[in-house]
Design a protein around this ligand. Structure first.
Ligand code: ZN
Length: 260
C-alpha cells in the first residue's frame, strides 16, 4: 500500500490490488474518506494513517457502488456513507450485492476477514451539488457510464479531482453491465473542464496524474470509445486483463446497437 500527500489537506492511499485508490480530504476540523483500499491490512491501518496525519475523521464518501470502492466502513464501523443519489438507488436496488461480491473475492484469493461488510447508513447526496467540509465545499459532479451511477468529486482549494473509474492510466474505459458508451462519453466531456484546471487527478485505479497526463488519457479514452467496436487498445493498456475488458466492451456496444 502506498500513501502519497498531494496537498496539506489531501492524502491518497493506493491498494496493492488493482491499484484501487482511497482519497482522504480534510478541511479544518472535518475529514472525509473517499472510496477505499481493498485488502484487510490496508483497511486496518486506515484509522492510524488519519490519526498520524492529524486528520479528524468525519465520514465516508464513495464515487460509485462497485464493491471494491465501498470497503472503508470495515475500517470505520458506524460511520455514515455519503453517495450520489444514483448510487444510493443502485445500492437499494441490489441489497447485499457488495457484501456478496467481497465474499466471493475473498474466497477466490484465500483472504481472511474478521467481519462481513455492512454499509450501514447510506446518505444520498444531490448531484450535481455540494458537500460541506469545514469552511469549504466539495463539488459533486455526475459521473455515470462506467456504471449507471456515480459522482466525481472536485476539491477546489487543492485543485484535485477524484473521478472514480474514469481516466485510469492502468485500466481502459470499462462499460460495465449497467453502463453505457454514451453516458461514459458525456462524463468525459463533463470532466474535461475540471481536468484542465486540476493540479492532481485521482483515478479509481492507478497512480495520481497531473492535469496534462489526465488530459492525454481523456483524449485517448474518447478516441477509444468513439471507435468501438473497432477500436484498438491504447498502447500502455493492452495486457490480458485489459483485453478481457475490451472484449466485454465490444459485446456491450454490439448488444446496445441491436436493441435500438
Ligand atoms: Zn473500480
Amino acid at each position: 500500500m502506498r500513501v502519497v500527500g498531494l496537498h496539506p489537506d489531501v492524502l491518497v492511499i493506493t491498494s496493492r490490488i488493482w491499484q484501487t485508490t482511497c482519497t482522504i480530504v480534510r478541511r479544518g476540523e472535518e475529514c472525509f474518506v473517499i472510496d477505499s483500499p481493498v485488502l484487510p491490512d490496508e483497511l486496518d491501518v486506515l484509522p492510524a494513517v488519519l490519526e498520524r496525519a492529524g486528520f479528524p475523521f468525519t465520514g465516508l464518501l464513495a464515487t460509485h457502488a462497485d464493491w471494491d470502492h465501498l470497503l472503508a466502513r470495515l475500517a470505520f464501523p458506524g460511520a455514515a456513507l455519503g453517495v450520489a443519489e444514483t448510487t444510493s438507488a443502485r445500492l437499494a436496488a441490489e441489497p447485499g450485492a457488495a457484501a456478496r461480491e467481497l465474499r466471493s473475492f475473498d474466497d477466490e484469493h484465500y483472504v481472511d476477514r474478521d467481519t462481513p461488510l455492512s454499509l450501514g447508513q447510506v446518505q444520498a447526496l444531490p448531484v450535481p451539488g455540494h458537500c460541506a467540509i469545514g469552511d469549504e465545499e466539495l463539488e459533486l459532479h455526475p459521473a455515470d457510464g462506467h456504471t449507471a451511477d456515480g459522482m466525481a468529486i472536485w476539491i477546489g482549494w487543492a485543485r484535485t479531482l477524484v473521478c472514480g473509474d474514469y481516466l485510469s492510466p492502468v485500466e481502459i474505459p470499462w462499460i460495465s453491465e449497467s453502463g453505457s458508451r454514451d453516458g461514459y462519453l458525456a462524463t468525459l466531456r463533463r470532466l474535461e473542464a475540471l481536468v484542465e484546471s486540476a493540479s492532481h487527478v485521482v483515478p479509481g485505479h492507478g497512480e495520481v496524474l497531473d492535469g496534462v497526463r489526465a488530459a492525454a488519457i481523456l483524449r485517448e479514452d474518447v478516441n477509444y470509445l468513439a471507435k468501438l467496436p473497432d477500436a484498438e487498445l491504447p498502447l500502455a493498456r493492452r495486457g490480458a486483463a485489459q483485453r478481457a475488458i475490451h472484449a466485454a466492451n465490444i459485446e456491450r456496444v454490439r448488444a446496445s446497437r441491436k436493441a435500438v
